[in-house]
Ligand binder design. Structure first.
Ligand code: HEC
Ligand code: HEC
Ligand code: HEC
Ligand code: HEC
Length: 312
């Protein structure tokens, strides 16, 4: 009854765990049933992204076996010219970029901010942007590597330190302010020192998730491939790697086999529930938001969640 016709083993197991946990917490089973019956209609047919990824076939943010499976958007443009031209203009296509290519950084050569003890700066010149923090005595400075977001709302930055992995700057550029301020939920009341005031170390698993949503082809064979990923959400982030499709669509293949097999994921064939979850792979499905325990105004970031929850 919970997920009519779409009970996945994964999810079923998780639901069972949840029921068990609630019983352990002393919560009355009847009130749990009531809660489920109130929220179930909203989630009918929806799945979490993890569950979609566990199903066979392509799904956005999936790890891809080999880089050779990709053809690149320029190849798609040869035959789907109109789509290619319009897709390039979307914010999604520019969801991440090398910091050296960020217009925001280059049109704001000096941004400074610091309401308290720590002073934050980003200085950009000759194609490089340096992020520095100073407490009056000591200062630290590193070149920025990646800019996330076109800056419709904001743009955040990742960088590395010598012999270390990724760090997220605690400041973000905000379009409404025209300068930097603390990243939402990243400001600290009393940082232990200049390093903690400056950044947050980003664990490898999270790095893979950030790039999984903001770039194309970043996870290859279970590994993060920073050197060959394609910045932004491009054709193959939504349709899966297309080298096989390009090959089967060329005149010679069609002529020799007598027919053209698309051999590519066509999101036009998804049923309505899956079509919403499809965008939710990056925008957050109903279950993604539920399972992450996100509530209140913070759910506004997930259009798929809000759509499923709405009367519409
Ligand atoms: C050599 C030409 C060619 C190239 C290159 C090409 N396509 Fe296609 N594509 C086609 C043709 C022809 C069709 C079938 C059109 C139709 O059915 O109306 C098609 C259909 C599709 C479909 C729908 C598949 C279906 O099941 O109906 C998708 C999605 C698609 N292409 C995406 C891509 C992507 C992404 C790329 C780049 C990786 C790409 N194409 C590159 C020629 C090409
Ligand atoms: C591979 C991940 C991914 C998928 C799949 C995806 N998006 Fe996005 N989308 C993003 C990211 C990242 C952004 C933020 C872009 C930016 O930096 O502004 C975004 C931004 C957008 C925006 C711009 C928001 C605005 O206010 O202008 C729209 C609209 C959008 N997506 C719609 C969709 C729809 C519809 C689908 C499903 C067909 C979809 N997205 C699927 C990652 C994705
Ligand atoms: C699960 C997918 C996902 C992950 C993981 C993710 N993002 Fe996003 N991000 C999105 C989507 C989708 C949007 C667009 C939301 C909207 O506007 O509706 C977005 C928006 C943003 C924006 C605002 C963009 C703008 O133009 O205003 C920034 C900045 C951003 N993300 C940075 C990051 C950083 C940094 C990380 C990792 C530390 C990260 N994101 C991880 C999906 C993701
Ligand atoms: C954000 C995800 C996303 C991106 C990026 C994207 N597409 Fe699509 N594409 C879709 C969805 C969703 C549909 C189905 C639309 C519909 O229902 O008609 C679709 C439909 C198509 C179709 C038509 C399939 C059919 O049967 O009508 C083709 C061809 C196609 N896309 C090619 C491309 C190419 C080429 C690119 C890159 C330039 C691209 N797409 C980028 C999500 C995406």
């Amino acid at each position: 009854m919970l997920l009519a016709g779409r009970i996945e083993p994964f999810l079923l197991k998780r639901k069972a765990d949840e029921v068990f946990e609630r019983c352990l917490q002393g919560c009355c089973f009847l009130s749990f049933l009531l809660a489920v019956s109130l929220c179930a209609p909203a989630a009918l047919g929806q799945l979490s992204t993890e569950d979609h990824l566990a199903e066979p076939g392509f799904w956005p943010t999936q790890d891809i076996a080999s880089r050779d499976n990709f053809a690149g958007s320029d190849a798609c443009a040869r035959c789907h010219g109109v789509k290619a031209a319009s897709q390039k203009e979307t914010p999604m296509a520019r969801a991440a970029m090398s910091a050296s290519l960020s217009d925001i950084l280059h049109t704001h050569p000096l941004m400074a901010f610091g309401p308290g003890k720590y002073k934050y700066r980003i200085e950009s010149r000759t194609g490089q942007s340096r992020y520095s923090v100073s407490d009056g005595n000591q200062s630290l400075s590193f070149p920025l590597l990646w800019a996330f977001g076109t800056g419709r709302v904001g743009q955040s930055y990742l960088f590395k330190k010598p012999n270390a992995d990724f760090f997220e700057a605690r400041i973000t550029y905000f379009e409404t302010l025209g300068t930097i301020d603390f990243t939402p939920s990243r400001a600290l009341l009393s940082p232990s020192g200049i390093e903690e005031a400056m950044d947050r170390p980003v664990p490898q698993a999270e790095v893979m998730r950030c790039f999984g949503c903001h770039t194309t082809g970043s996870s290859i064979g279970g590994h993060f491939d920073e050197t060959h990923l394609v910045p932004g959400v491009t054709c193959e982030a939504c349709h899966g790697p297309g080298a096989g499709h390009v090959k089967s669509m060329t005149a010679e293949t069609v002529a020799s086999s007598g027919e053209a097999k698309p051999a590519i994921f066509n999101s036009a064939h998804l049923d309505p529930a899956d079509a919403v979850d499809f965008c939710g792979a990056c925008h957050g499905t109903w279950w993604d938001v539920k399972l992450a325990g996100v509530k209140g105004v913070s759910t506004a970031r997930s259009a798929p969640y809000r759509l499923i929850t709405s009367k519409c």
